[in-house]
Design a protein around this ligand. Structure first.
Ligand SMILES: Cc1cc2nc3c(=O)[nH]c(=O)nc-3n(C[C@H](O)[C@H](O)[C@H](O)COP(=O)(O)O)c2cc1C
Length: 216
């Protein structure tokens, strides 16, 4: 049994990556972690060139990754949420799994899960529900391909302004937008996956659920 985990986060060792790795580890099974920035994956052209062959006509790494997804027994998709929806790298990867659909439904029946990071605090009701939007993008892919969606791990990551150099001084500061006019880099602090024990527990639980779904 092999579980494939794919992260669309471009940041090295990001919260998204760490959360995904924790989920994979907790499955106790053979796993493979893919960082999409190590690959070139264009979005789907909607040309339907894959219908008869189950193989994409775009000659980039999307073909290799679709093959990995086809061979895996379960898939975990991890992404972040720029402008309140799933990041484009992760979305392009999902679109390029379309060749696995026609006539065979190669992903159907496989357990699937999502790991999504967003910087909107859970109690913020003013901003769009980024985490939910990102999670839904993964859920709907899995639903439409007949996969068995097992669950989502939602992680609070960092607003990019924390490390941009202008922080709370910028006219457009996301720190103040998210946390109020008096918020500062220090008052908000840096959020790491490992410093949020509930997330670490939830990652373990999701990994175990994936393993259980594979055995069932
Ligand atoms: C261009 C850009 C736009 C972003 N917009 C949002 C947003 O609208 N909502 C949100 O929750 N996070 C947004 N983010 C933040 C990412 O989701 C955040 O960096 C993510 O939680 C990853 O966190 P990490 O760096 O701690 O891994 C944005 C990030 C970038 C780079």
């Amino acid at each position: 049994m092999k579980v494939l985990g794919v992260s669309g986060s471009p940041i090295k060792n990001s919260n998204t990556d760490k959360a995904l790795k924790a989920v994979l580890e907790a499955t106790g099974l053979e796993t493979e972690f893919i960082k999409l920035t190590d690959y070139v994956v264009a979005p789907c052209m909607a040309c339907l060139g894959c219908v008869k062959t189950n193989r994409c006509v775009i000659h980039d790494d999307g073909i290799v990754l679709a093959e990995k997804a086809k061979e895996a027994d379960a898939l975990v998709v991890a992404g972040f949420t720029p402008y309140s929806t799933l990041d484009s790298r992760t979305k392009a990867f999902i679109e390029r799994l379309y060749p696995l659909r026609h006539n065979h439904g190669f992903m159907a029946g496989k357990p699937g899960a999502a790991v999504i990071t967003s910087c909107v605090p859970e109690d913020n009701k003013q901003l769009p529900p980024a985490c939910e939007m990102g999670t839904n993008a993964v859920i709907f892919y899995m639903m439409e391909e007949g996969m068995r969606f097992v669950g989502a791990l939602k992680i609070q990551g960092n607003v990019p302004c924390i490390r941009c150099g202008f922080g709370d001084q910028c006219k457009m500061s996301g720190i103040r937008m998210l946390y109020g006019p008096t918020a500062t880099i220090d008052s908000v602090g840096i959020k790491t996956f490992e410093s949020q024990p509930l997330n670490v527990d939830a990652a373990g639980e999701l990994g175990r659920k994936i393993a259980e779904a594979l055995i069932a």
